[in-house]
Design a protein around this ligand. Structure first.
Ligand SMILES: NC(=O)c1ccc[n+]([C@@H]2O[C@H](COP(=O)([O-])OP(=O)(O)OC[C@H]3O[C@@H](n4cnc5c(N)ncnc54)[C@H](OP(=O)(O)O)[C@@H]3O)[C@@H](O)[C@H]2O)c1
Length: 342
């Protein structure tokens, strides 16, 4: 028996350290116990990954949840599963394709007609390092879906968010924004040699710049907006990367992944925290690394760039900037303006 004591205790200690290290790396779980009955949450890209687990937790807390997805079969299945598991019947699947101005506009029109309020908007959907491609409206796929699509969705929902205040907007960025650069002469990669990694980083940098600019525009309205990096999470996000598809990652590297990559349930904690935590009342324009406020990369703190990006986005989307700068934008008229584009 004694010959086993040493190896067993070494294994036990190593395993315990690995679990502690993993907990430390993952950033833990949202400590807030706040329930959200009567609150309406819209979340994009909610059929899988971080989005789906965010829905599950917010449904458990009693919210009315609208899942905005492009694949209705997967979205209905996820909504059904979450309704069953949480016993919250107010979890709904709605179609939105963030690669289409027309679809975003149709989604917002339905929300305007059917929902009295929107308390939380979580801009979660994303694509990473996909092959070169354009959205329906000719925008680079990653810039269009990750950033411009969410810019438009947010812009068109601002009046609902303002009339529901205090309300919150949560933008999923990524630590990848650190490697991002805004090329204002070629935001959609029409002229440069396409680099899928840089395109992802640019889209995530744009999200942080947008968050800071929108926070300034929303001062005094009771609507806050913050950005986050959820950590490194085991989801389908890497479906276009070589590593995701390789044998090496599923065999040799998987023990390291156990340590450094967290589950979607843990990955959802930062979105849940930013959506519910009492201590974040009135906090706006910040960047959170998991659940800790941090300074984003220096290029994300460039006020001239955030203002320039705002104007470029308004122009690309054919919006009337005036509507958002005043207390109550008129999104229906903004939607009508878009009819010429879509
Ligand atoms: N996982 C990570 O380690 C990590 C790290 C940093 C940041 N993030 C960010 O976290 C967010 C959630 O990512 P995830 O890891 O949960 O990835 P995921 O599992 O791939 O989920 C992404 C979601 O976005 C949806 N989506 C993609 N294109 C869309 C479009 N045109 N219209 C509507 N929905 C669309 C996907 O729908 P389909 O199922 O139909 O494709 C899916 O529901 C993303 O913004 C991502 O950039 C993730």
């Amino acid at each position: 028996m004694s010959k086993y004591i040493l190896p067993v205790s070494v294994f036990g200690t190593a395993f315990g350290c690995a679990v502690l290290l993993k907990n430390y790396i993952s950033g833990g779980t949202c400590a807030s116990k706040v329930k959200i009955p009567g609150k309406t949450v819209i979340i994009t890209g909610a059929n899988t990954g971080i989005g789906k687990e965010t829905v599950r937790e917010l449904a458990r807390r009693g919210g009315r949840i609208i899942m905005g997805c492009r694949d209705m079969e997967k979205c209905e299945a996820a909504a059904r599963e979450i309704r069953g598991k949480t016993l919250n019947k107010h979890v709904y699947a709605k179609y939105i394709d963030l690669a289409s101005i027309k679809s975003i506009k149709a989604f917002v029109e339905k929300i305007q007609e059917e929902e009295e309020r929107v308390d939380v908007l979580i801009n979660n959907a994303g694509v990473m390092r996909c092959p070169p491609g354009k959205t329906e409206d000719g925008f680079d796929m990653q810039f269009g879906v990750n950033y411009l699509g969410h810019f438009l969705l947010t812009y068109l929902l601002l009046d609902k968010l303002k009339s529901s205040a205090p309300s919150r907007i949560i933008n999923l960025s990524s630590v990848a924004h650190v490697g991002g650069e805004m090329d204002f002469d070629d935001l959609n990669w029409d002229h440069r040699k396409f680099d899928t990694k840089k395109a992802y980083s640019q889209s995530k940098l744009a999200i942080v710049l947008f968050t800071r600019e929108l926070a300034k525009k929303l001062e005094g309205t009771g609507v806050t907006v913050n950005a986050l990096h959820p950590g490194v999470v085991a989801t389908d996000l890497g479906r276009h990367t070589g590593l995701h598809q390789s044998q090496l990652s599923s065999t040799v590297l998987s023990p390291f992944f156990f340590l450094f990559v967290k589950s979607p349930t843990l990955g959802a904690q930062s979105s849940v925290y930013l959506a519910v935590a009492k201590e974040l009342d009135g906090i706006s324009g910040r960047y959170y690394d998991v659940m800790t406020e941090k300074d984003p990369a220096p290029q994300a703190l460039d006020d001239k760039a955030s203002e320039r990006l705002w104007h470029a986005s308004v122009a690309l989307l054919g919006l009337n900037n005036q509507t958002v700068l005043h207390a109550h934008p008129a999104p229906l008229s903004a939607i009508k303006k878009l009819e010429t584009k879509s």
